[in-house]
Design a protein around this ligand. Structure first.
Ligand SMILES: *Cc1c(COP(=O)(O)O)cnc(C)c1O
Length: 456
C-alpha cells in the first residue's frame, strides 16, 4: 500500500468496520433500512493526494486553487471538510453557491461555472468577487455591462470547448464537437472571436476548459488541456503581455468502479499533464482545477437492508431498500454505470459462502429498479445488508424522489481509539412530514378551488 492508501486495503477494512458498527449502533436496522456512509479518513487522503500531486509538478510559488465540483457531492459538511483540507468549491447554480457559503468558503476559494447564469446570479457573483467563467458570447455581453457599471474583484474568464472528442459515455462527454458547454473552439471563426474577446477586454484574465469525465482516457484529457494552454499562449502573444494569468483545467478524472484500487491517481494525471504541457507548470500561470467524482466517489457507501428474498424464473432476487432513488444512473443506464455490490449478514459482517447469481433489486415500483442484475454474490437472505460501493459522488447525494422514497440519512465515520467506529450525522434521514411538505402539502386544496369559467 502506498502513502495514500491507493491500493484500497485500508479503505475496504474501514468500510467493513463501519457497516458492522452502523448495525451495532442502530443507524441501520429494520426501521432505518438504508444509509449513506462517508469515509472521512479516505476523503482527507484524497484531498491531500490531490494537493501533493500538483505541488509536485508546479514551479514553487505557483498559485493553485483546487475547487471541488460541488455537484458531485452537494453536502455542506463535505464542503467544510474539504475546505479544512485546502480545497475550494466550483459551483454551478444558486443552490450550490449557497451550499459553499454555508460551508464557510470564501469568494476567493469559489469559482462559478454554470451554463445558464441569470443576470442576478452574475451580479451577485461579481459583487462577492467570485471567479466567473463566461460560457458563451451572450453571457460575456452581460458581464460587459456589469463590469462597466461597478468595480469587481472577480477574476473573469471564458470557457472554451477544445472539441477533442468524447469518451465511452455520451452523457458525460463535455468536449465533443456539439457539446453544449463553452465556446466551441474549432467552429468557424470561433478561435478568432475568443482572441478578440480578450484583446478588447483587458480585465479577462482566465481561460477555462473542462474536457474530462468518466469514460475519458488520460491522453485525451491531456490533449484538451494542451489545446487550452496553446490558446492562452496565442492570446497572450497577440496582446503582447501575459493578460491570461490563470488557466482553469476543469475536473473529470475518471474513477475505477471495478475494485478498491484508485486508478488513475492524481499523481499520474499531474505527471501526464506536465509531460504533455510542460509550459503550463513553469510558474507563468496560476492553476485552477475542478475535480468532483475522483475526490469523493470511493469514499461513499450505500448500505441497504434486504427486506425480502424470492425466486423468479429460476433467478434469486433480493429486494433491498436501495434502488433508483439513490443510484439513478446505475438503474437507468446499467451498462455505463455498474456498481460493485458487497454482501453483509444481519450483524453487518462480511458474508461469505458460495456465490450465487442473483438480482439485487431496489424498492421502487418498476421492474427495472435493479442495483445489479445477475450478479454472483454470497446468497443474500432476509435481514442481510447489500452495500453499493464507490457511491460517494453522484449517488446518495443526488436523491431522485421516485415513489416518494425518503432521502436516507448520511453519516461520516472515522475509526475510534478503542477499535470501534465513530459516526457523525452529515444529513438527517428525510421525514414523512418533509416529503408531504415538498410535495405541495401546504397547497392541498389548490387545484380543487381553481375553476375554469363555466365549470362547476
Ligand atoms: C461536473 C463538472 C466538474 C467535475 O467533474 P467530475 O467528473 O465530477 O470530476 C468540473 N467542472 C465542471 C465545469 C463541471 O461541469
Amino acid at each position: 500500500m502506498d502513502e495514500y492508501g491507493n491500493s484500497g486495503e485500508g479503505r475496504a477494512t474501514r468500510r467493513d468496520e463501519a457497516v458492522r458498527a452502523a448495525v451495532e449502533q442502530g443507524l441501520l436496522g429494520p426501521d432505518s433500512p438504508i444509509v449513506g456512509l462517508l469515509d472521512v479518513t479516505g476523503i482527507r487522503e484524497s484531498a491531500a493526494e490531490l494537493r501533493a500531486a500538483f505541488a509536485e509538478v508546479t514551479a514553487p510559488g505557483t498559485p493553485v486553487l483546487h475547487a471541488f465540483a460541488v455537484k458531485a457531492t452537494p453536502l455542506v459538511p463535505v464542503l467544510r471538510l474539504l475546505r479544512e483540507e485546502g480545497i475550494g468549491a466550483e459551483v454551478a447554480s444558486p443552490g450550490e453557491l449557497a451550499l459553499a457559503r454555508a460551508a464557510g468558503l470564501s469568494p476567493a476559494e469559489t469559482v462559478l461555472d454554470s451554463p445558464a447564469k441569470t443576470p442576478a446570479e452574475l451580479r451577485e457573483a461579481l459583487a462577492l468577487g467570485i471567479a466567473v467563467n463566461a460560457d458563451n458570447p451572450q453571457e460575456l455581453d452581460r458581464i460587459d455591462g456589469l463590469v462597466r457599471s461597478a468595480v469587481s474583484r472577480s477574476p473573469l474568464g471564458i470557457r472554451v470547448n477544445p472539441q477533442v472528442g468524447g469518451g465511452s459515455i455520451g452523457a458525460t462527454s463535455t468536449a465533443t464537437a456539439t457539446s453544449k458547454f463553452g465556446v466551441a473552439l474549432r467552429d468557424e471563426g470561433a478561435r478568432e472571436w475568443v482572441v478578440r474577446a480578450y484583446l478588447d477586454r483587458p480585465w479577462l484574465s482566465r481561460l477555462h476548459a473542462h474536457t474530462g469525465s468518466q469514460g475519458i482516457p488520460l491522453p485525451l484529457m491531456a490533449q484538451g488541456v494542451a489545446e487550452t494552454y496553446a490558446l492562452a499562449e496565442e492570446i497572450n502573444r497577440r496582446i503582447g503581455r501575459p493578460q491570461i494569468d490563470t488557466i482553469d483545467i476543469g475536473g473529470g478524472l475518471p474513477v475505477n468502479f471495478a475494485s478498491d484500487v484508485t486508478a488513475p491517481t492524481y499523481a499520474e494525471y499531474a505527471r501526464a499533464l506536465r509531460e504533455a504541457v510542460p509550459g503550463l507548470f513553469d510558474g507563468r500561470y496560476g492553476l485552477v482545477t475542478e475535480f468532483g467524482r475522483s475526490l469523493l466517489a470511493k469514499h461513499g457507501t450505500i448500505v441497504a437492508r434486504v427486506e425480502y428474498t424470492k425466486s423468479a424464473g429460476g433467478r434469486a432476487v433480493a429486494v433491498t431498500h436501495a434502488g433508483v432513488q439513490v443510484a439513478t444512473r446505475t438503474v437507468y443506464v446499467p451498462g455505463s454505470w455498474p456498481l460493485r455490490i458487497t454482501a453483509y449478514d444481519g450483524k453487518g459482517r462480511p458474508k461469505s459462502g458460495p456465490e450465487v447469481v442473483q438480482d439485487v433489486a431496489g424498492p421502487a415500483c418498476f421492474a427495472g429498479d435493479l442495483l445489479a442484475e445477475g450478479r454472483a454474490l454470497p446468497l443474500l437472505d432476509q435481514g442481510d445488508y447489500a452495500a453499493a460501493l464507490d457511491t460517494g459522488a453522484y449517488y446518495f447525494a443526488h436523491h431522485y424522489a421516485y415513489n416518494s422514497l425518503a432521502r436516507p440519512g448520511i453519516y461520516g465515520f472515522v475509526p475510534d481509539h478503542a477499535g470501534g467506529v465513530r459516526f457523525a450525522t452529515v444529513r438527517d434521514p428525510q421525514t414523512l412530514a418533509s416529503i408531504v411538505a415538498e410535495s405541495g402539502g401546504a397547497h392541498a386544496g389548490a387545484l380543487t378551488t381553481l375553476h375554469a369559467p363555466g365549470s362547476r
